[in-house]
Ligand binder design. Structure first.
Ligand SMILES: Cc1cc2nc3c(=O)[nH]c(=O)nc-3n(C[C@H](O)[C@H](O)[C@H](O)COP(=O)(O)OP(=O)(O)OC[C@H]3O[C@@H](n4cnc5c(N)ncnc54)[C@H](O)[C@@H]3O)c2cc1C
Length: 398
């Protein structure tokens, strides 16, 4: 039997962290070890299907709700980062769907009223409902506020009519609820004002979703969402009217952290795969991992992984202890993790050479999936702009 017939990645390394998070990590690892095999991961990626059973298993293990009480501030950032790193290293697409789920949960904790928390948040906590988040549009992701064409027009009975198109909306075709951002005022004092968040059950008449064919994260459908006179009651406005985009910007810190956590997981999964291969695959009578060129590249990638983890931990800890400098730490962590993911997957492809290209082994999946966090939820370029301005105190570059 050859190595590729029965290949298994190297086991994950022990991570030194506070007992509470070590226990949570062990729980997630045990759950994944019980339910997820390399064959299952490959099957859903190849079929371009969402592993909804796995989502239910994650929710049943209490990993959506974590330590968040229904009417409290929401789950801790450090806990979310642990769960998402582990998912990123294995079922990455489900990890990406959990980033969206946590975003919806956080927005409802921060801005939902009592009634909305009972109606929308409780089923999300319990894993009985899935959330998608509709911000990006065909004409703009980075500068979405200026590019936004989706409109919400107030009707005589006080309800709203939403029309427009959202682009790249992760999981929208399977979601139970959508958070849709739409322009509600044409005369706001700036482009980022005059936009409102709406909680919209996906079954509302006038919503149509179409799957977009993408190169990565193929286990989670990215969708076009078409809105044609979608009627939404005023009771489903999330947060303040005309302030929705500013509210989203306030929660983007958490999404950056969570994107960083999945990217770190991808980097780690790719590293474990590369090491497993480098130890077993032989050339010239020696394991390929004994060749210095490959070994040094793996070492350099692992420095990026460990640095990203330290930044992420610092950022998540700062976010859990309240507002302050946490947003610049989150931006630094996101950039470090996206770099760790692209570097490690590139090195991994070199280590595995032809077998890196083989669809039956996971390296090509990590290599494709790693691209996501170079531009989502915020592109690396915009993240650099932010760090230049807020961390280095340089003039705004755009
Ligand atoms: C798989 C996937 C899942 C996604 N999930 C969701 C989702 O669930 N919900 C959602 O709302 N969106 C989602 N998105 C959209 C994602 O957030 C956007 O792709 C992202 O914000 C970038 O926008 P864009 O692709 O339109 O790039 P553009 O905004 O067109 O940017 C193009 C390039 O210009 C650069 N650029 C722009 N402005 C500047 C500047 N001032 N300085 C320097 N460089 C600049 C960018 O960095 C980038 O390199 C998803 C996308 C994908 C592919």
């Amino acid at each position: 039997m050859t190595i590729q017939d029965n290949f298994r990645p190297a086991p994950p390394a022990e991570i030194s962290e506070p007992a509470e998070f070590a226990a949570l990590r062990s729980r997630v690892r045990a759950m994944l070890a019980e339910h997820v095999t390399p064959e299952r991961l490959n099957k859903f990626d190849e079929a371009e299907e969402y592993d909804v059973e796995l989502f239910h298993e994650i929710a049943a293990a209490g990993l959506v709700k974590l330590d968040g009480e229904l009417h409290g501030p929401g789950p801790g950032h450090q806990a979310q980062a642990v769960v998402l790193e582990e998912l990123g290293a294995g079922p990455t697409s489900v990890g990406v769907s959990m980033v969206v789920q946590y975003m919806g949960v956080q927005l409802l904790h921060s801005y939902g009223n009592h009634q909305q928390q009972e109606e929308f948040l409780a089923p999300l906590h319990a894993g009985k409902a899935k959330m998608s988040f509709g911000l990006s549009e065909p004409d703009g992701g980075t500068d979405v506020a200026r590019a936004m064409k989706t409109r919400a027009v107030r009707r005589e009975d006080g309800s709203y009519s939403l029309s427009g198109q959202k682009k790249w909306i992760g999981g929208a075709m399977d979601a139970d609820y959508l958070i849709i951002l739409a322009r509600t005022s044409e005369t706001a004092r700036s482009a980022i004002d005059g936009i409102t968040m709406f909680l919209v059950p996906r079954s509302t008449p006038g919503i149509r979703t179409e799957v977009i064919d993408t190169v990565g994260i193929r286990g989670l459908a990215q969708c076009d969402v078409y809105l044609d006179d979608v009627r939404v009651p005023a009771a489903n406005i999330l947060g303040e009217i005309d302030k929705g985009f500013r509210q989203v910007l306030d929660t983007l810190n958490g999404e950056r952290l969570n994107g960083a956590a999945v990217a770190l997981g991808i980097a780690r999964g790719a590293m474990e795969t590369a090491i497993g291969w480098a130890r077993e695959r032989e050339a010239f009578g020696r394991p390929v991992g004994s060749f210095q060129g490959l070994q040094h590249s793996l070492v350099d990638a692992s420095v990026k992984i460990e640095s990203a983890r330290l930044l992420l931990r610092q950022a998540a800890e700062a976010s859990d202890s309240g507002p302050g400098t946490n947003e610049t730490w989150s931006a630094l962590a996101k950039l470090a993790a996206s770099d760790a993911a692209t570097t490690t997957t590139d090195v991994g492809m070199r280590v595995m050479a032809g077998w890196g290209f083989f669809r039956g082994l996971p390296m090509q999946r990590y290599f494709r999936d790693a691209r996501l966090y170079t531009f989502a939820p915020l592109t690396d370029e915009m993240t650099r702009n932010y760090i230049g301005e807020k961390h280095l105190g340089l003039p705004r570059s755009f």
